[in-house]
Design a protein. Structure first.
Length: 635
């Protein structure tokens, strides 16, 4: 055991607690040649799927044309025809992105309002052998093992036909964390009742990051398992959520991936609870709209999803992307590309927007949130070079483009602000009414999904109760709006920087993920937000002198005070008195038992890792008791 606890003999440590090797070939895919997997079963028809897509696309297009015509009146006279045409074309794309998101959310809202209880006919569910994969990189060891063991406990106590094994796939490089992982794992193997279903493997290096981590598992042990439930390091799912994903994949042999909806949990800081509240209150509309639009041409978010192992291996081997000086970097936002490759091969990708008890964490400070977002930005910008690949389905190309536009909108909005600044648009010019109208329409479109969500919640007593009642929800709703408007301009600047780095193909910065929050010094805050401070004071000066429209005031305020906003983003709201705004949701009012059970295991591991003994037999892993849950009937 001593050889395993200390990382001196990594070859032994890596293989000691893994099943026998059973490799699965994972060929690298060629983006220039179409590929069809001959093992894909016949795909059932999707009734009215294109009618649904047109019903979302056409209103977005009409809305965009109207907005573009309004914006045309705000372009100053005297500019070249080509310059003005290019400018209007750029802003039109921006308007379409906003309009499309709004129409997707509206479609989701309509679907929720018209939803009826369907009579589900029993289906034959072939039992699957499933690997639960949790890739980690220098993560909180207590949380990682607590979440894995909690999911195992819940699955073991919920009757089902499938067989589950859990793998902690470590890419950690920090010696202290590696030692903690070894210690937590050996303790779990020695004391937990389901220890024979738990495995651990650490790679010597983290080549190709998470993509390489999963590829290493697939090519060495993938042939043992029909499917793999891919998690993130902070993922947690109940047995009911896991079984619904597994049963959907088993009952639909043409599906390659079934992606579950995601909820943020365990947020303590202002920014984390802001995201958690927004996801619960408003996220369901967009998720349902996206599922309606996508059909079986859905997307993969990289975690909290089940994947057919052999289909993934046969169709999703990713090549590296060229960078500057012929340096190749991996495809960073690999999940969308893997979904596109599997759909190209003929496999279906389905999103379950109403999946309950599927959770993920989020950074606890604005700076950590931005650092993570920069990595996503560089990955999403790669999609512009991939979306024209041979054989991709039209909807897959749309997913890749939409993902890139999420970040391209930031430089477009920044260019719009600089354009207004350079031409000194005010509210006293002859075209000031057009300025008022264009800003008013944009703000209204951004707020529309939130307002619709608030109306739905206020109209439902049961939903309202999960937010603490009318007064608490109203306060939380107001705070969510304010925080959104304060953070959006700051994100605009940093996403523009990320787009610029991607354009020049600069290598990404892959640091250790920070999920628990870190107190940043005043010097760090000012240095990190220096660009926002300068631009904010320039805009504020122009507004004060009357040379710029007052409609730019919220943006100027946010940018100028970016360090202050960033500092207060880590303000701890959890556990505050009831008369303080805490952005409560159902996760606070009616805490799911899966979260409580994970907390029990986490406290045990925290105690273990604080113990001076290498192995402390007095610390037992107690299996939290789960209440009996209704189980989906299967023929």
């Amino acid at each position: 055991m001593k050889d395993y606890l200390f990382p001196a003999r990594q070859g032994y440590a890596s293989m000691a607690w893994m099943p026998p090797v059973k490799p699965l070939d994972m060929p690298i895919q060629d983006f220039s040649r179409s590929h069809r997997d001959p093992k894909v079963p016949p795909k059932p028809a999707q009734p009215f799927i294109w009618a649904k897509r047109i019903a979302v696309f056409v209103p977005a297009l009409i809305c965009t044309i109207v907005l573009a015509m309004l914006f045309r009146d705000t372009v100053p006279a005297g500019g070249s025809t080509m310059k003005n045409a290019a400018w209007i074309a750029t802003i039109t794309v921006t308007f379409f992105w906003i309009s499309f998101v709004l129409c997707l959310s509206a479609a989701g809202l309509i679907t929720m309002m018209r939803r009826r209880v369907a009579v589900i006919k029993p289906k034959f569910t072939p039992p699957l052998k499933v690997a639960i994969l949790m890739p980690v990189y220098n993560e909180d060891v207590s949380e990682v093992f607590a979440n894995v063991l909690t999911m195992q406990d819940d699955l073991n106590e919920t009757p089902n036909l499938h067989r589950f094994s859990a793998f902690v796939l470590s890419d950690s490089q920090d010696p202290k964390i590696i030692a903690q992982e070894h210690r937590a794992f050996t303790h779990a193997r020695a004391t937990h009742a389901l220890s024979d279903q738990l495995y651990y493997r650490r790679r010597e290096n983290n080549q190709d990051f998470k993509t390489g981590n999963l590829r290493h598992w697939v090519t060495n042990w993938g042939a043992h398992y029909d499917a793999m439930l891919v998690l993130d390091a902070d993922s947690l799912m109940s047995a009911q959520a896991v079984l619904r994903l597994t049963n959907t994949l088993a009952q639909n042999p043409h599906l390659g991936i079934v992606q579950g909806a995601l909820r943020i949990f365990r947020g303590r800081s202002l920014i984390a609870r802001w995201q958690q509240f927004a996801g619960v209150a408003f996220g369901a509309f967009f998720a349902r709209g996206l599922a309606l639009w996508s059909g079986d041409e859905g997307n993969f978010f990289g975690h909290n999803a089940i994947v057919r192992t052999r289909a993934f291996a046969a169709c999703s081997g990713l090549p590296a992307m060229p960078s500057r000086e012929d340096v190749h970097i991996p495809i960073l936002s690999h999940d969308f590309v893997e979904a596109a490759l599997m759909r190209r091969a003929g496999w279906g990708i389905r999103i379950l927007p109403d999946l309950e008890d599927s959770y993920e964490g989020t950074p606890e400070t604005l700076i950590d949130f931005i650092r993570r977002d920069r990595r996503w930005c560089q990955g999403n910008m790669q999609h512009l070079r991939i979306m024209s690949s041979a054989g991709f389905h039209l909807i897959s190309r749309h997913h890749l483009l939409h993902n890139a536009l999420t970040y391209l909108m930031s430089p477009a909005w920044l260019a719009l602000i600089l354009f207004w600044t350079a031409h000194g648009f005010t509210t006293t010019e002859p075209n000031s009414s057009a300025n008022f109208l264009i800003f008013g329409v944009i703000y209204a479109m951004l707020l529309a999904p939130k307002i619709a969500g608030a109306i739905v919640i206020l109209a439902s007593k049961s939903k309202l109760r999960t937010f603490g009642g009318v007064a608490d929800f109203a306060k939380s709703f107001a705070v969510e709006i304010v925080v959104s408007f304060l953070i959006a301009p700051i994100m605009m600047i940093h996403q523009t920087i990320g787009v610029g780095r991607s354009i020049f193909r600069l290598p990404p910065h892959w640091g250790t993920p920070v999920r628990q929050g870190e107190k940043h010094s005043l010097k760090t805050l000012i240095h990190f937000h220096a660009i926002e401070i300068v631009l904010g004071f320039v805009l504020a000066s122009g507004i004060a002198l009357g040379s710029l429209s007052v409609w730019l005031s919220p943006i100027a305020f946010s940018l100028a005070l970016a360090p202050v906003i960033s500092h207060f983003s880590r303000f701890d709201l959890k556990g505050r008195p009831s008369n303080v705004i805490t952005l409560d949701t159902i996760l606070d009012q009616e805490k799911p038992e899966i979260l409580s059970a994970a907390d029990v295991h986490r406290r045990t591991f925290e105690k273990l890792l604080r113990s001076p003994l290498v192995y402390d037999a007095s610390i037992k892993l107690k299996r939290p008791a789960f209440r009996q849950k209704p189980v989906e009937k299967r023929a």
